[in-house]
Design a protein around this ligand. Structure first.
Ligand SMILES: NC(=O)C1=CN([C@@H]2O[C@H](COP(=O)(O)OP(=O)(O)OC[C@H]3O[C@@H](n4cnc5c(N)ncnc54)[C@H](O)[C@@H]3O)[C@@H](O)[C@H]2O)C=CC1
Ligand SMILES: O=C(CO)COP(=O)(O)O
Length: 426
């Protein structure tokens, strides 16, 4: 009886535009959660996304094949196979070609189904095709998933200009900003402006290797429906994006706040460098937590100041917010680079080269982009942590000075420590 009413609830939901998350909420609301847990797996596996059908299955192309690029390509290829009425089963992945011990990386991926350089030890689906030709990769694609280190985006986009019809939709998985004539820009907005295509973003607490190993995590996809939406089954909407990225081990929440998730994703990399500094100095967990607290405040302030369309809620409710800050500061590449800088005295670029085997710690460049932008706006003093990270990375300022550099002034406008110092010496 209960089971049939839950299945009925599922079906009711199907006829509305509810998402999987809403369905789960309804099950919770029945207050028969324990009995729900005891339902057979077959009943639980009823998946409303399987009902989605496209008039002509959407072709997917992934641009990028690094650590996260390859992982996301694996995720969407698994879904292309699962949702065969919605997606074309073969996914193209553009690879910046390089030779590994005399063999082309694309050939290795296409024959051994492993990206031995950027995602070693992970078996890739056989219908994921590595392609060294950018324009051939995107030919006839309906959905472009951008996933490269953000310093390469503008060059890639300029090569794509004139080769992507305006009906194509895109998602940017990059974390960073574009700083150009228009000031500081979201990468999704940059893609939209340059290619004249609608572009959303994917961002979350997602260390790539964990997702690649199918360890459970969450993410946030943000997409605003375009004015020229062509209709259900003909165009990309939130449900299609859920089907594209959601896996049993990779839970997706789809929202509208592209700016919020993008700002959080870009700036947490700068905070993670700062976190690495204090950890590398051996200052302990309290110091790391202090950096994250100040960092979260500056992230939210940056969003409100420069992208007022972003929602503060996104920073604490979504995986792309504080959860991403926590995971990156625990085990990401940026925190590792910061730690190594503190322990060895080497520069950020030396540490990136030595630690990451061709991968990128995006916080290094982002800290410069943020600094340059804040200088332009005369707002440097409002972001003492971002500025401290920039000064340490680019001007060799001593990390020991972090507490002074980020210290908040008391109501009298003076730093409390100065008083206590004079007490000590008296
Ligand atoms: N790795 C991770 O855990 C996560 C990364 N991200 C974000 O995803 C984006 C992509 O990161 P990853 O895939 O990890 O890249 P990565 O850090 O592994 O970078 C290596 C990639 O850059 C490519 N590359 C090197 N030189 C190039 C050039 N001149 N032009 C074009 N490509 C070149 C390499 O071929 C390789 O595919 C970044 O913005 C990152 O912040 C987001 C979530 C998780
Ligand atoms: O974005 C990430 C986790 O969500 C990865 O962070 P790193 O680039 O610091 O590894």
């Amino acid at each position: 009886m209960l089971v049939s009413s839950i299945i009925k609830a599922y079906r009711l939901n199907l006829s509305s535009s509810s998402t999987f998350a809403n369905i789960t909420k309804r099950v919770y609301n029945t207050q028969n959660y324990t009995r729900y847990l005891n339902m057979s797996l077959t009943q639980k596996k009823f998946n409303p996304l399987k009902q989605l059908v496209a008039e002509k299955p959407f072709k997917i192309a992934v641009i990028g094949s690094g650590n996260w690029g390859t992982t996301i390509a694996k995720v969407v290829t698994e879904n292309a196979k699962q949702y065969d009425k919605l997606f074309y089963p073969i996914v193209q992945m553009w690879v910046f070609e390089e030779e590994i011990e005399g063999e082309k990386l694309t050939e290795i991926i296409n024959t051994r189904h492993e990206n031995v350089k950027y995602l070693p030890g992970i078996r890739l689906p056989s219908h994921l095709v590595a392609n060294p030709d950018l324009l051939d990769t995107v030919k006839d694609a309906d959905i472009l998933v951008f996933n490269i280190p953000h310093q390469f985006l503008s060059r890639i986009v300029s090569q794509l200009k004139g080769h992507v019809p305006p009906t194509v939709r895109a998602i940017s998985c990059l974390k960073g900003f574009e700083l150009g004539d228009k000031g500081v820009q979201l990468l999704s907005s940059f893609i939209t402006d340059e290619l004249n295509i609608q572009c959303g973003a994917l961002s979350g607490a997602n260390i790539a290797m964990e997702v690649a190993k199918k360890k459970w995590s969450e993410t946030t996809v943000a997409y605003q429906m375009p004015e020229d939406f062509r209709g259900k089954g003909k165009d990309v909407d939130h449900q299609v994006l859920k089907a594209l990225f959601h896996r049993p081990y990779f839970h997706v929440s789809v929202i509208d706040d592209v700016a919020g998730i993008s700002i959080a994703g870009a700036l947490k990399n700068v905070v993670a460098l700062g976190c690495g500094f204090v950890e590398g100095l051996g200052w302990g967990n309290n110091a790391a937590a202090a950096i994250q607290r100040v960092g979260l405040g500056e992230i939210i302030k940056f969003g409100q100041m420069f992208f007022p369309e972003s929602s503060v809620e996104t920073y604490y409710k979504e995986s792309a917010g504080v959860a991403d800050l926590i995971t990156t500061c625990s085990g990401g590449r940026n925190v590792k680079v910061g730690k190594m800088m503190a322990k060895t005295g080497k520069t950020a670029l030396e540490c990136e080269n030595e630690l990451l085997n061709g991968q990128s710690a995006q916080g290094i460049i982002t800290s410069k982009e943020v600094h340059d932008w804040l200088v332009t706006c005369n707002k440097v003093e409002d972001y003492p942590l971002f500025e401290a990270v920039y000064q340490i990375v680019f001007n060799n300022v001593s990390m020991d000075k972090i507490p002074e550099m980020i210290e908040e002034l008391d109501s009298l406008g003076s730093a409390v420590d100065k008083d206590s110092d004079s007490e000590d010496s008296s």
